[in-house]
Write a new protein. Structure first.
Length: 157
């Protein structure tokens, strides 16, 4: 039995600024779904062995909401011995931003203090977020290049 596995990631992520406020990289997973259907309908070695992993933005049942959630899932998948390839169509938030509070940065995140419109204009300090694809490439060992590959969709057909 062919135990090689292809994992197709799709959807967008959020970066929480405060309670009830987040930045988003809008992506609803349609490309990943389409690629998954193509692989499953075709005759590639991954037919029957392709896994579709979507973010919360693309699938309400998903637990992948932030870039950190996505990275944790990628690391878990990379640790599987049968995992052979990844197609990464996910849109990760490119910036994260605590809000500025005078000369200081206020705590940010899902549970941070809610911003009130009655407090008037607010400012954000945006910082680049970690990109996940380079982390994937760095984590795979040079000796396992053939087993763990990130490649564009065109190479699966």
């Amino acid at each position: 039995m062919n135990d090689r596995k292809l994992i197709i990631f799709g959807g967008g992520t959020f970066s929480y600024v405060a309670c009830h406020l987040a930045m988003a990289a809008p992506s609803f997973g349609e490309t990943a779904r389409r690629l998954h259907r193509i692989v499953e309908a075709g005759s590639s070695k991954y037919k029957g062995h392709a896994e579709l992993t979507l973010t919360k933005m693309a699938c309400a049942a998903s637990r992948i909401v932030t870039n950190d959630d996505l990275l944790a899932q990628v690391e878990l998948d990379l640790s599987r011995p049968q995992q052979e390839a990844i197609i990464f169509t996910t849109a990760g938030v490119r910036f994260q931003g605590p809000r500025a509070h005078g000369r200081f940065l206020a705590p940010n995140g899902k549970n941070a203090k809610r911003l009130e419109t009655s407090e008037g204009q607010q400012k954000l300090a945006l910082f680049p977020a970690r990109k996940i694809a380079p982390i994937i490439k760095k984590k795979r060992a040079p000796t396992s290049f053939a087993r763990r590959t990130v490649f564009p969709a065109a190479r699966i057909s």
